[in-house]
Structure formats: structure tokens, C-alpha cells
Design a protein around this ligand. Structure first.
Ligand SMILES: [Zn+2]
Length: 476
């Protein structure tokens, strides 16, 4: 039975799907005005692991991740509705049209997604292509008398939605008290949020614009996700995921819009990825610890090691991202891959009756941990024990070709979630004469260090040999 920590109720709950056997999930996707950084990807990868585990468990999953290409303002927490559209700002900065910016960064995002092996979502709807649905939803909200018009746009009156603040824990009264000087004096409350922005003031020359009953303009960021999730997944979602920083005001406002417009519960389970820090500091361009996926690949890290670093830590623990962690991840992946090669190359002798029971108990432990709020680190632990026991069995009793297939197919099912293992048989290659000389020299050097009991140096030489694709085994 799958249990998940619901960040709305702040407790673990048993999962019950809206429709038996199905699971639908909406993930707030990127705002395509610059390269997504690894912090963004940690949230997308959390959703990927959830989707993959539900598929593994036999669910029919429908995953929607939107592309925000209009309406997300530069003022990060956006409660003032005062910033400039992030895409319009990027268009000036890079001297490209706003449409070029949108499609360019969307393309780069899709490349990152592929590199990090995220499962493809059912669809990546663009906000700019769903303005009609947004206008429809705003009209419904207008009929329900929860919005009002000012000279510069349409706003949701949060005092009309009593549950506003339940997700983030922000109480309206304390929000009001702590409010900064309101820029827009027409607003009834500083925290009323924009549904539609008109083309006046700093938005006078906004390039992306649409006609609406309230004049030409563009949608607010929050209404996009309410409208697109309804269009593709319906009025009540099983899961809605995002980063911790999406909770307020973005998700809080989505709830207000969707529940008022649809008269239905919007989301059954909310999941938020804890913020990522880099070398124990907040990631920022000025600190120089701002990594994009492509930055890390250029530094020589494999996509697998990046993926594993994010998915192997529980999504609710704070991840301190460091290059050492990437190296450790690579070592762990190598361990699994060496084991896979060991299995592939093991001599087929006789049937080993213990293999099936080792697989069965490992699988149970794995699922027990994953069912407990996606405890990935807890789910990985039995896999290390698994490798040890299997190796022991092979040395002791040997295995049959059926045993081999059982082991490999179990590991493949694990990899349908982790997606970092390599099952391709590695053929041994002949060394060139030059390489053979280098290898001989290195082995001599290593023997020397070992004779001197200088294990650290001996290990270094072995690593060097490994890098050349040469594996050393010390036998009696
Ligand atoms: Zn969103």
C-alpha cells in the first residue's frame, strides 16, 4: 500500500486513486527564459521517480508537465504582480524576439530532460497555446463573484476563498500585516493575485498578447496551471508536484482558482521537493555555484551520475549538492554495472535454488521502502545486500542460465525506476602494443606499492588502470 506525505495536510496518507488503476499527475514545468538549473531538475526528477514507481506498480499513468512561456513575472514571489514578464526581459537582454526566446529555451529544456532520462510526459502544454481555456476559467470565476477589475488587470479576491493559506501555512491576516507598501493601490489586498494583465503601464509594449472580454492582455502565471491541468487531467488530480518555492503564492493560488471554478477538490496529494543547496549555500549566479545540467556534463560528469545524485536522496531531505556527491554516485553506479557484467559473464553450471528467494526478499524490502513515501535511499540499501548474497551463491554453488535471466530481469525492473544501469555486455578488447607496455609498467608499479604496503598508492594505480579499461583481479 503506497503512502505519501501530503504537503497540504502535512501528514502521510494512504494513496487512493481518483480512478481505480489509474494515476494522473501534473508537474509545474519550466519557465523558458533561461537554462533550467539543477535545483529545478531535482523537482522534475522527483516527479519522474514517482511516475516510474507507479508504472512499476502497474498503474496507468498520465503525466502532464507544462511549459510556461508567458506571464511569469520577474518579481520572484510575485505577490506584488509588479515585475516584468521573465520572457520579455530575456528578449531584451538577448536581443531576440520573445517567441525565439521561448522556443530556444524550451528546446534546451527538452534536451536536458532527455539527457537525464526522464520519462516523456503525456504532453508538455505551452501556456501561450491555452489562453482560451484560461479566459474560460476566468469567466467562470467572474460569474462566481470572486474577482474584480482594476485599471491594470483582473485580480482574485483572496478574502473570498477561506482556505487560502492552508497549503503554505500563510495566514491571510499575517500576510496583510507583513505586506510591503502596495505598489498597485487599486488592489483590495496586497496578496490578491493577477488573473489577467492589461497592456498598460510597464506592460504597455508586451509582445505576447491576446484579446479577452477585459481587453487585450496576457494571463497571470497561476491561472495557466489551473486551466491546463483541467484541460488534460480533469478537475481533481491525484498528484500535483513542484518545488518547495512553488507552494506560495503559485500553488496556493492554483487551489483558490480551481476549487472556486470547479466546486471540487483540486488535488488529492501535493508533493514538494525540498530546496537544493550547493556546497551548503543557496544556489545563485553571483556565488558561482549555479549549475545547469549542461555545465555538469561539460565538466565530464555522466548523465547517470547527475540523475542518481538527485534521485538517491529522499525528496523531503535537504540535498547538499557537491561535486564529491557526483563522484560517489558514479562509484555506486559502477559497482552495479560491474555486478551486471559479472552476472553476464558468469559460467553457467547448475540451477541454484537460493536465487529466487534472494530476489523475492530483496524485492519485498525494496517495495516496502518505496511504498513508504518514496524512500529511495531505504530502497537502495537491500540492493547492495542483494549483490553480495548473489556473488556468494555463484562462488559457492554456481548458477544456471535461467538463474542469470532471473537476476538480470530483476535488475532491469529496478532500473525501470533508477534508469542508470548498463546492461550491454562489455566485450574484452585486445590491447595495442603501446598500451600493453603502459599496462605492464603500471602493474609493476602497483606490485611495488603493494610490497611496501602502500595501499593508497596501489589503489591509485588500479584506478588508473580501470580508466584504461583494464581490470585487475588479485587471486591466490
Ligand atoms: Zn504551475
Amino acid at each position: 500500500m503506497f503512502e505519501i506525505y501530503n504537503s497540504y495536510t502535512k501528514k502521510k496518507e494512504k494513496f487512493k486513486p481518483v480512478t481505480e488503476g489509474k494515476m494522473n499527475i501534473y508537474t509545474c514545468g519550466p519557465t523558458v527564459y533561461s537554462n533550467a538549473h539543477v535545483g529545478n531538475f531535482s523537482a522534475f526528477l522527483m516527479a519522474d521517480i514517482l511516475v516510474r514507481y507507479f508504472k512499476y506498480s502497474g498503474y496507468d499513468v498520465k503525466w502532464i508537465m507544462n511549459i510556461t512561456d508567458v506571464g511569469h513575472l520577474t518579481d520572484d514571489n510575485e505577490v506584488t504582480d509588479d515585475g516584468e514578464d521573465k520572457l520579455e526581459a530575456a528578449s531584451k537582454r538577448e536581443n531576440k524576439t520573445v517567441w525565439e526566446i521561448a522556443r530556444h529555451y524550451e528546446e534546451l529544456f527538452m534536451k536536458d530532460i532527455k539527457d537525464l532520462r526522464l520519462l516523456p510526459a503525456f504532453k508538455y502544454p505551452r501556456a501561450s497555446e491555452h489562453v482560451e481555456e484560461m479566459i474560460d476559467m476566468i469567466k467562470t470565476l467572474e460569474e462566481k463573484d470572486v474577482i474584480y477589475e482594476t485599471s491594470d488587470g483582473l485580480y482574485f479576491d483572496i478574502s473570498k476563498f477561506k482556505k487560502y493559506g492552508n497549503l503554505s501555512g500563510n495566514v491571510i491576516e499575517s500576510l496583510q500585516a507583513g505586506a510591503r507598501v502596495e505598489v498597485n493601490e487599486d488592489k483590495r489586498s496586497a496578496f490578491d493575485f493577477a488573473l489577467w494583465k492589461k497592456l498598460i503601464g510597464k506592460n504597455e509594449n508586451h509582445i505576447m498578447k491576446w484579446d479577452s472580454p477585459w481587453g487585450s492582455g496576457f494571463p497571470g502565471w497561476h491561472i495557466e496551471c489551473s486551466a491546463m491541468s483541467k484541460r488534460y487531467l480533469g478537475e481533481t488530480l491525484d498528484f500535483h508536484t513542484g518545488g518547495e518555492d512553488n507552494k506560495f503564492p503559485h500553488h496556493e493560488s492554483e487551489i483558490a482558482q480551481s476549487e472556486t471554478a470547479n466546486d471540487k477538490k483540486y488535488v488529492n496529494y501535493w508533493m514538494h521537493k525540498s530546496r537544493v543547496v550547493v556546497n551548503n549555500e543557496k544556489m545563485s549566479k553571483s556565488l558561482g555555484n549555479f549549475f545547469t545540467v549542461q555545465d555538469l556534463l561539460k565538466l565530464g560528469y555522466t548523465p547517470e551520475s547527475i540523475r542518481f545524485t538527485f534521485v538517491s536522496v529522499h525528496y523531503r531531505s535537504k540535498l547538499n549538492f557537491t561535486e564529491e556527491k557526483l563522484q560517489e554516485s558514479q562509484k555506486t553506479i559502477d559497482k552495479f554495472n560491474e555486478f551486471i557484467q559479472f552476472i553476464i559473464k558468469s559460467e553457467e553450471t547448475q540451477e541454484n535454488k537460493s536465487i529466487a528467494s534472494i530476489i523475492k526478499s530483496t524485492k519485498q524490502q525494496f517495495e516496502k521502502a518505496m511504498d513508504d513515501d518514496l524512500n529511495v535511499s531505504g530502497a537502495l540499501a537491500p540492493l547492495f545486500g542483494f549483490m553480495k548474497s548473489i556473488r556468494k551463491q555463484i562462488t559457492k554453488t554456481g548458477i544456471s542460465s535461467e538463474n542469470k535471466e532471473e537476476i538480470l530481469s530483476f535488475l532491469r525492473s529496478m532500473n525501470s525506476i533508477f534508469e542508470v544501469f548498463d546492461f550491454e555486455e562489455k566485450k574484452e578488447k585486445e590491447l595495442s602494443a603501446d598500451d600493453q607496455n603502459i599496462v605492464d609498467e603500471l602493474i609493476k608499479k602497483r606490485d611495488q606499492f603493494r610490497a611496501e604496503k602502500n595501499w593508497a598508492e596501489a589503489d591509485k594505480v588500479r584506478d588508473e588502470l580501470n580508466k584504461m579499461g583494464v581490470k585487475i583481479e588479485d587471486k591466490k
